[in-house]
Design a protein around this ligand. Structure first.
Ligand code: CP
Length: 303
């Protein structure tokens, strides 16, 4: 199984068939993981990670995915690297490429850094999130979880609430749901709304209007690390207007489910009662799905 592209840089460059290929293989990997019968498809491969931003879910689930498939891992960590001694990023990449990794997984604070790396190395590059631009593996695992909950991917309404303007998760989800013929509602205060609004996206500042008729609700954290100080809302006031509570959940369809890419800021964009609700919240199921989906991504680029 192969993607139509040599790297996973963004959702925009994937075909609909690519998306279904990853999700179909992820289903197989999830079954195999459950029955402890994963084939070592990547035995002998060495995967390098290049992270310049913090991560829990993406980093650990990519590591788990690689190790489950029999690959070895090597981590380049900016904080303890010779970048601290003044080495340029392009020189670093040239040296790391010389060690001949079989793939590079990168999270980077710079816009489009994964494409910069891909143009300078001889192996597949996987974008694990760059600036506010794209986080394609997150959108793929979100779609995988939606399929588990709803049994389909088309003709759904996905409502994303919060800091859309600084969110790579929102950008990748917006791109993905357009390709799958579903609609996206975004609900945000004016200064956190997206600048580009594709045809399948509707923008709301009123929570009730944006939640009406939606199947999936995805609140997002305020990404303060990418905000101007003046744009950062007061968290208490923000929760009062946009925080997802059980009462507000009832504005969506009766069978709506809640996802969140993590990390959650409880009491800011989501109430504890929603995050931990055993019926509506699929957030930890979504997180666990990072492993089979990332196994499928690695398989689709490395075999
Ligand atoms: N969802 C997500 O990207 O989480 P991490 O930043 O912990 O990887």
């Amino acid at each position: 199984m192969k993607l139509s592209v040599p790297h996973l840089l963004d959702i925009a460059s994937l075909t609909k068939d690519d998306i279904h290929l990853v999700l179909d293989r992820a289903r197989v990997h999830k079954q195999n993981l459950a029955h402890n019968r994963v084939a070592p498809l990547l035995q002998g491969k060495v995967i390098m990670t290049i992270f310049t931003e913090n991560s829990t879910r993406t980093r650990v689930s990519f590591d788990m995915a690689a190790l489950r498939l029999g690959a070895s891992l090597i981590h380049w960590d900016e904080k303890i690297s010779s970048a601290q001694k003044g080495e340029t990023f392009s020189d670093t990449i040239a040296y790391l490429n010389g060690y001949k990794p079989d793939a590079i997984i990168t999270r980077h604070h710079e816009y489009n850094a994964p494409s910069y790396i891909a143009a300078r190395v001889d192996c597949p590059v996987i974008n694990a999130g760059d600036s506010y631009r794209e986080h394609p593996s997150q959108a793929l695992l979100d779609a995988f979880t939606v399929h588990e909950c709803k049994g389909r991917l088309d003709n759904l309404t996905i409502t994303i609430i919060g800091d859309i303007a600084h969110s790579r998760v929102a950008n990748s989800n917006i791109a993905l749901w357009g390709k799958l013929n579903s609609r996206v509602h975004v609900i945000a205060p004016e200064n956190l709304q997206p600048q580009k609004i594709p045809d399948h996206v509707k923008v709301f500042s009123n929570l009730r209007e944006g939640l009406e008729g939606c199947d999936i609700i995805m609140p997002l954290r305020l990404q303060k690390e990418r905000m101007e100080q003046a744009d950062i809302p007061d968290e208490t006031a923000y929760f009062q207007t946009y925080g997802l509570t059980l009462e507000r959940l009832s504005m969506a369809k009766n069978d709506a489910v809640v996802l969140h890419p993590g990390p959650m800021n409880r009491g800011v964009e989501i109430d504890d009662m929603v995050a931990d609700d055993p019926h509506f919240s699929k957030i930890f199921q979504q997180g666990a799905n990072g492993v089979p989906v990332r196994m499928a991504i690695l398989e689709s680029l490395l075999t």
